[in-house]
Design a protein around this ligand. Sequence first.
Ligand SMILES: Cc1cc2nc3c(=O)[nH]c(=O)nc-3n(C[C@H](O)[C@H](O)[C@H](O)COP(=O)(O)OP(=O)(O)OC[C@H]3O[C@@H](n4cnc5c(N)ncnc54)[C@H](O)[C@@H]3O)c2cc1C
Length: 400
Amino acid sequence: MPKLDAPVLIAGAGPAGLSAAAVLAEAGIEAIVLEAEPDLPLELRASTFHPPTLDMLDRFDATAGLIEQGLIAPAFQYRGREEGLIASFDFGLIEDLTNHPYRVQCEQFKLNQLLASWLAKAGRTEIRFSHPVTAIKQDENGVEVTCAAPDGEVPLAGKYLIGADGARSVVRAALEIAFDGFTWPDNFLVVSTPYAFEDHFEDLDWVNYFADPEEWFFLLRVPGLWRCMFPTRPQEDEADIFDPDRVRARLRRVLDRAGPYEINHTTLYRVHQRVAARYRGGRCFLAGDAAHINNPLGGMGMNGGIHDAVELAETLVEVLGGSGNDSLLDRYEARRRPIALDYVNRLTIRNKRNLETADPAEQAAFRAELKAAKSDREAERAFLKRVSMIQSLEDAAALA
Ligand SMILES: Cc1cc2nc3c(=O)[nH]c(=O)nc-3n(C[C@H](O)[C@H](O)[C@H](O)COP(=O)(O)OP(=O)(O)OC[C@H]3O[C@@H](n4cnc5c(N)ncnc54)[C@H](O)[C@@H]3O)c2cc1C
């Protein structure tokens, strides 16, 4: 194995890769983050940060930055398109379990920027842009990564590699790890508009899920904009989906009004439910979307990826610091993979089904579940622990 460039190499400067780098840097461990793009990606994807994620990111000054650039959402609600408010839930009820009893609504690229600037100040991490990882090899002493940099191939050596390189992970492919699951036939369309829906729906929260058997949708607020997400039908043509008149027609089904809707962005996403068959291959680990992907109903993908990154990096700190041996690293997969499979995957599939179902018995069961959660303080706290992902972290810690 050639001379070590850094103890830890990280593929991907997304929320998972940068969170892992921050935990390592805080412990004085150097890392090189290899990012395929020439800069931090500015994609509009996640916008919801859950309470335990805010607790985790606080120590890197990121939570204060997200609050400053985002919106605090103390409550969220479920509605029926026709029936109006079904139930609203307030995170204040679990304020004893978190320092941040609310969601923060803020675009995920702002987290990447905040973490990158914290890392620059902390001084232990180098981010190399335009360095896509193309190949890896490893032995009992370390791992060697090849990047296709602009001036040619660059080899780098580390003791461990974190594959946080997203859903199409090259690290996962190089380790020949299966990504089992399925892709939904309906794509999701996200439309952003500055229109003030809150002036027309009574008691709207900043996060609102609307059930409807014809076309469910959600309304999520980020500063200055509402993000509206709709399912599209498998047979719909992409050009039709993006046709501004049709986009406006979808918005008019949210709220029928005389004037035209101003539209700032429209993006169409393929939606999957997949979990990697293994999170570890020797000295290489998968985290974030490289390890699991799910539909965005419930806002658990990025949040879960950050939880992976923190768990994995904290375990690497123990092992590299000498207080744990290599076998401790198996604990990462033992804790985090069942959460992706049995918790995030199951809940997000159920969230989708609850909003879209046309079956009266399922509609009634969903409403009965919400009513039961609202009927008793302990039941409501249990519900809030589940949707905020606090429960997932407690479950993970109990696993190994
Ligand atoms: C519409 C939508 C809404 C969503 N809303 C939410 C939400 O509210 N809450 C939530 O928790 N999640 C949400 N998600 C999911 C969330 O966006 C992802 O889970 C999150 O981006 C995963 O972070 P990551 O760091 O694992 O991967 P990514 O953000 O995909 O980052 C991976 C990085 O790796 C880089 N890369 C790729 N290949 C290579 C390579 N070979 N070498 C080096 N670098 C590479 C990429 O350029 C990228 O920068 C949403 C997703 C969508 C599509």
